[in-house]
Design a protein around this ligand. Structure first.
Ligand SMILES: [Zn+2]
Length: 667
């Protein structure tokens, strides 16, 4: 059945004018509505339960609630008015808590159980595969929340979860509050740029203060020639989070393990991976180990060449605080192209035009600008349709920094496509917003210099666009399955695949057009830009796998002293020792609260993205045949089928890590 998407209602974007009062009213109303639907579902007699009045009923208020809160969320991140941002923030915080209490209701589980053990067997043959998947997933979530256990075990889970949440918050807070710095005399600033020094605070005697904040420590470790000072700052950074967090992390890991045991899992890592693509910790372990084995010899070779080059810079033996410094100098020597010169070839309007044209060539999508004023005059809106003129969704671009706006890059789904009503055969419209912080256009006399992007920003644009396509193209029937609502370790695959085009010589030529002369970037410069991208690749990925391994093994109960294990791994794979007393890592690693047993996902999703991209490399980078297959099998399906199965259908074979390894030069 070809389900049509209904067009966006004319008044859809009225939400950008909501007042705090209106937002509060709507939130309260949505809460009451959800509550009353829940009451109705609970009151149905077991023999009268159907898929529609129980499973769909419990799924749909979820959708409507999310529709409202997704709008509030984009206002919270992007509204130019602080009163709106603050009000949205408050409402979201207040209701998130309220909704947890509402959803965590044993009677809702009983309702689903009554249906799945009752009328489901009769109705099953009439249901579609994704309907059944929805029910199964809901039952799994209830089991994972402990609803199948006796009441005392459930109470214990709740107590432990609350304690864990407090400990995690404290862990994060200790990292944020952790304050340490070095003092830098004017005579010690060799190698550092004036523009960087201007950003540093000063102490009473006029000395510079370099803190552990990323904008301070990052450039310092890569550019400061003073080795003693680099050592001092790097060692302080290894202590980040402090001894307090060493203790907290131990307690958190123990608690997570206890919770997993109560729920019947061997360890927390198995619990976390169960509902992801990986399915269990063992699979992740093998995945990481296999790649590590092949990549780490290359990483060692890269470090050897750094060591060799380090000698010319006066670094006799490469230490942990030298790596970034020597790497920056070597990269400069081999591949330096003036960043401003590169930017001049990458004006945003042209890059965007080429990006849309790529999406047309590959995925048969058309982007038409719509004249609408949204939350700010710089925000652009496009209507997206396919080659047959069928409506796909709306894309919003909010690309320049503003005071109070979300400071990084992201793509948010404001509306998700899902079936209007169960079995109606019609889909709701999709709206995705890409939020970035690129250099704004600048007025220079009578002319305006367009926004000029760095090559890294072009990559960011492609990445977020990949998320947007996933959200816009979604055609799954249920909210839980549509768009980017996929397994956690697959979310970054549709975004990361798009990055590959940027680093292709032919595509990079298309993307460049000097903002003054209109010329494409010279071939020599393009080659340098692309070669520079892969500098120290093996070392970076090995580091990533070491983090992933530490995280996984910690949550598999295999690690007693996390800092000691980290030191040992560092020595084994990089032949560089970390100081015993100073190394408290992972005490300062924010991922341990929230991304626990999940760090592997970055690489996991990337390996799938590289594998999928290899099909384009084989059949042509601009192959519509493969592009349409990607849209139909991956982007449109969301998680209405198992993601691994979808990948197999797309690839027409088992996925593997060959393409990823090949991109690193593994033979
Ligand atoms: Zn992403």
């Amino acid at each position: 059945m070809n389900m049509k998407k209904i067009p966006l209602p004319q008044d859809y974007f009225d939400f950008v004018k909501w007042s705090p009062k209106k937002m509060r009213e709507l939130a309260a109303c949505s809460y009451e509505q959800k509550k009353s639907v829940y009451e109705e579902v609970k009151a149905i007699l077991p023999e009268l339960r159907t898929f529609k009045n129980t499973v769909v009923a419990l799924e749909n208020p979820y959708g409507e609630y999310n529709d409202l809160f997704r709008k509030l969320s984009i206002l919270e991140q992007c509204s130019p008015k602080s009163v709106i941002r603050d009000a949205a923030h408050e409402i979201i915080a207040e209701y998130s808590e309220k909704f947890i209490d509402l959803d965590y209701d044993r009677e809702l589980y009983i309702a689903m159980l009554e249906y799945s053990e009752g009328n489901f067997s009769d109705e099953k043959k009439k249901l579609k595969k994704d309907d059944i998947k929805l029910l199964e997933e809901a039952m799994i979530e209830y089991r994972r929340a402990g609803f199948l256990l006796p009441e005392n075990a459930q109470k214990l889970i709740k107590t432990k979860l609350k304690k864990l949440s407090l400990l995690s918050q404290q862990f994060g807070k200790n990292i944020n509050d952790y304050d340490d710095a070095i003092v830098l005399k004017k005579s010690e600033v060799d190698g550092l740029k004036e523009s960087y020094l201007a950003t540093l605070p000063k102490d009473k005697s006029g000395n510079y203060v370099v803190t552990l904040a990323y904008p301070h420590i990052g450039p310092f470790l890569s550019e400061a020639s003073n080795r003693v000072k680099r050592k001092e700052l790097a060692e302080k950074n290894l202590k980040k989070g402090g001894v307090k967090n060493v203790t907290l992390l131990k307690q958190m890991v123990t608690l997570r393990g206890e919770l997993a045991h109560i729920l019947g899992y061997k360890h927390h890592a198995d619990f976390r991976t169960e509902t992801r693509m990986a399915k269990n910790a063992k699979t992740v372990e093998i995945f990481q180990r296999d790649i590590l084995k092949k990549v780490s010899p290359l990483a060692k070779a890269e470090l050897r060449s750094l060591s060799k080059y380090g000698v010319t810079l006066g670094v006799k033996k490469l230490e942990h605080y030298d790596v970034s410094y020597v790497a920056t100098a070597l990269k400069k020597k081999l591949y330096e192209v003036d960043p401003e010169t590169v930017r001049a070839y990458l004006p945003l309007p042209h890059v965007l035009k080429e990006l849309f044209s790529l999406a047309e060539i590959l995925f048969d999508l058309r982007f038409t600008k719509v004249d609408l004023v949204l939350w700010h005059k710089d925000v652009l809106c496009y209507s997206v349709s396919d080659g047959l003129g069928e409506y796909v969704g709306h894309l919003i671009l909010d690309l320049y920094p503003r005071e109070g706006k979300y400071g990084h890059a992201m793509c948010a789904d404001i509306a998700l496509s899902r079936e209007v009503e169960w079995q109606s055969g019609k889909l709701t419209p999709a709206v995705a917003a890409m939020v970035c912080n690129f250099r704004a256009p600048q007025k220079k006399g009578k002319t305006t210099i367009p926004s000029l992007l760095s090559i890294g920003e072009v990559e960011t644009l492609f990445h977020e666009f990949g998320h947007a396509l996933h959200m816009l193209c979604g055609r799954a029937r249920h909210e839980a399955h549509t768009g980017a609502n996929v397994a956690w370790d697959f979310v970054e695959t549709p975004s990361q695949i798009m990055e590959n085009w940027v680093w292709n010589e032919d595509m990079l030529r298309r993307l460049t057009k000097h903002h003054e002369t209109g010329e494409v970037m010279p071939q020599g410069m393009r080659s340098k830009v692309i070669a520079g991208k892969h500098f120290l690749d093996a070392y970076s990925y090995t580091r990533q796998i070491l983090f992933g391994t530490l995280d996984l093994e910690l949550h598999m109960g295999k690690v007693v002293d996390a800092a000691k294990t980290y030191r040992e791994m560092h020595k084994k794979y990089f032949a560089i020792e970390l100081p015993t007393k100073e190394t408290l890592f992972p005490a300062g690693w924010g991922h341990m609260a929230g991304y626990d047993a999940g760090y592997y996902s970055y690489l996991w999703a990337l390996v799938y993205a590289k594998d999928a991209f290899s099909l384009f490399e084989k059949r042509g980078l601009f192959s519509k045949e493969i592009g349409i297959r990607w849209r139909k099998e991956i982007l449109e399906k969301g998680s209405s089928e198992d993601e691994l199965l979808l990948m197999k259908k797309f690839l027409k074979r088992e996925p593997n890590s060959n393409a990823f390894l090949k991109s690193l030069g593994v033979k």
